[in-house]
Design a binder for this molecule. Structure first.
Ligand code: COA
Length: 342
């Protein structure tokens, strides 16, 4: 997909992140907790993935993906001094929607009390979902179609994980991150500088969940044999991830007319600490400029990037005026990067 500073500067408006929010479930599951249900241990998980613990949604209600999105959005609206009805659109990135129908963005619209009949779009591009949503929001704002777009990444992967498979259950967690994207004033420094999106279906079998769709509707036999869960070839994902993250990062930096040294913060998808470190090494971005919170939450798919970004702001690391790079990849295989001045 073509994306460059030249295209952006020709468009009538520019966009920026107005505010952010996040919510994580209350329940913490540690590596030691997992070692009681599968044959694993804290040292192996930490060394191979960087994860110490993850959050898991309550199945009793109150923490489903649209609930988490509601709490995170309310905080973001407050920070931006906006009312829910000021939003023109909700883009909800998730592979674990509350329901097959209706879509999660309309469920969230109702939960937020929005009555303006704003546009509601769900996107299912796995771990790249937030970056895809932000890119869409940016385009709609730059062309003047929308003024304020809520982008959500909210996942309850604990529902889709086979808790008897140690190769996969240790990696994932639940959580939600959001951002409100709006117009930047012409003389403002804050703005989205460049974006890129991609997909490569030739790697679709590296990470999939074929049961439960139109081709293979879920049957009792699938549930009995555990075939309905997510399946992943971890080693294959690892190789593609580092290559793709580095390529996309270089592309958005070049498109913006910047150099790698101009990037103040890399906020990568939190899939595995070794993927994050390797990507930083390939790009020559030092570890102190790379935002990492995988130790606390594991891989929360579309939620990792906005959660890591939000926490880094709260911790006083990322400040207004900093140049930030979002970089994500996921099942599909999908990928995307956004370079912006916060
Ligand atoms: C899944 C992942 C952590 C596995 O790490 P790895 O270093 O490749 O480990 P391997 O799969 O080669 O397994 C090494 C050994 O550990 C064992 N092992 C696997 N999971 C284990 C666990 N949870 N605890 C203890 N041992 C485990 C394996 O059985 C294997 O044993 P063997 O050598 O006797 O066969 C790693 O490949 C990964 O993170 N991949 C990317 C995941 C990803 O990005 N997913 C998509 C996100 S969008």
């Amino acid at each position: 997909m073509e994306s460059s500073k030249n295209i952006f500067s020709a468009l009538p408006y520019q966009s920026k992140i107005l505010s952010t929010g996040m919510y994580v479930p209350k329940k913490i599951v540690t590596n030691n907790d997992l070692s009681k249900i599968v044959e694993t241990n804290d040292a192996w998980i930490k060394e191979r993935t960087g994860i110490s613990e993850r959050r898991i949604c309550s199945t009793e209600g109150g923490e489903f993906p649209t609930d988490m999105a509601k709490y995170a959005t309310e905080a973001a609206l407050k920070e931006a001094n906006l009312a829910a009805n000021d939003l023109d659109m909700i883009i909800f990135a998730s592979v674990t929607p509350d329901y097959k129908l209706p879509n999660s963005s309309t469920v969230l619209q109702t939960k937020l009390g929005i009555t303006n009949k704003c546009a509601c779009l769900d996107i299912a591009v796995a771990c790249s979902g937030f970056v895809y949503g932000m890119t869409l929001a940016n385009s709609l704002i730059q062309t003047g179609v929308m003024k304020k777009v809520l982008v959500v990444g909210s996942e309850m992967l604990s529902r889709e994980v086979d808790w008897s498979d140690r190769s996969i259950c240790i990696l994932f967690g639940d959580g939600c991150g959001v951002a409100i994207i709006g117009r930047a004033e012409p003389d403002e420094q804050s703005r989205i500088l460049s974006t890129t999106l991609g997909g490569d279906g030739s790697g679709k079998e590296f990470f999939d969940q074929p049961i439960g769709g139109a081709v293979f509707p879920i049957k009792a036999e699938h549930i009995e044999s555990g075939q309905h869960f997510m399946r992943m070839k971890g080693g294959e994902m690892f190789k593609v991830a580092t290559r793709t993250l580095a390529q996309n990062a270089k592309k958005v930096i070049t498109d913006a007319g910047l150099n790698l040294k101009d990037v103040d913060w890399l906020v990568p998808h939190q899939a595995n600490i070794r993927i994050i470190e390797t990507t930083g090494q390939i790009l020559g971005i030092p570890p102190e400029k790379v935002i990492v919170n995988i130790q606390k939450y594991g891989n929360t798919s579309a939620a990792t990037v906005p959660m890591a970004f939000h926490e880094a702001i709260l911790e006083g690391k990322i400040k207004r005026g900093d140049t930030v790079l979002f970089d994500a990849f996921g099942a599909g295989l999908t990928s995307g990067a956004v370079l912006f001045i916060y």
